[in-house]
Design a protein around this ligand. Structure first.
Ligand code: B4P
Length: 190
């Protein structure tokens, strides 16, 4: 079973590369950002609560996203593996994921981190915001807040996987295909 964490700051290319990976490897794509946006578009109570935080560039509470991932793991018991995109985003989420997978006699195979500098992140997200209408991509202040949240709360998750010798970092600047090639050669080694 291949369980991959795709890691990196907002706009690093996690969602973009996940789409290519699921086509080739037949894994289930679990993006907490997409799941939360699904709740928002359905107008659920969870979605309404999440929207306020997401529009300000803040993280949604751990218990909310852990609950969503737990439900998805239960609903996909026969999966050949998962790509976790945008999760875990805190050390508490990483610990919870380890426990959820352990209870299913499984584990994370590895984390691949996409390295991209802040100026390029801001440029990409503002560009996406022009077409997507995502409120969190439209405003430079919110984008900077998201990058700060990443540095404060999410970056330490890399240490969690380094301690388990499951961390690999990749240059996230270049063409989408070049970056995909680099990710794929890491996966081949698992
Ligand atoms: P996400 O939906 O995960 O948002 P993201 O980090 O912006 O997505 P991603 O990084 O995948 O974007 P991509 O690079 O593909 O989260 C949104 C919000 O949800 C968070 O701020 C938070 O509030 C909440 N949330 C989600 N998960 C949570 C969790 N676990 N805990 C708490 N809160 C949570 O795309 C960016 C752009 O770059 C695209 O336009 C793409 O085309 C472009 N791009 C990609 N690769 C490129 C390349 N190589 N060159 C040029 N452009 C490229």
């Amino acid at each position: 079973m291949l369980n991959l964490v795709l890691f990196g700051p907002p706009g690093a290319g996690k969602g973009t590369q996940s789409q290519k990976l699921i086509e080739k490897h037949g894994l289930i794509h679990l993006s907490t950002g997409d799941l939360l946006r699904g709740e928002i578009s359905q107008g659920t109570a969870l979605g309404l609560e999440a929207k306020k935080l997401m529009d300000e560039g803040m993280l949604v509470p751990d218990e909310v996203v852990i609950g969503m991932i737990s439900n998805k793991l239960d609903a996909n018991k026969d999966a050949e593996g998962f790509i976790f995109d945008g999760f875990p985003r805190t050390v508490a989420q990483a610990e919870a994921l380890d426990n959820l997978l352990k209870s299913k006699e499984s584990a994370i195979s590895g984390m691949i981190a996409l390295e991209v500098n802040d100026d390029e992140l801001e440029r990409r997200l503002l560009e996406r915001g022009k077409q997507s209408g995502r409120p969190d991509d439209a405003n430079p202040e919110v984008i900077r807040k998201r990058i700060k949240e990443y540095n404060d709360k999410t970056a330490p998750v890399a240490g969690f996987y380094k301690n388990q010798e499951k961390f690999k970092s990749i240059n996230g600047i270049g063409s989408i295909d070049q970056i995909y090639g680099a990710i794929d050669s890491v996966i081949e080694a698992y």
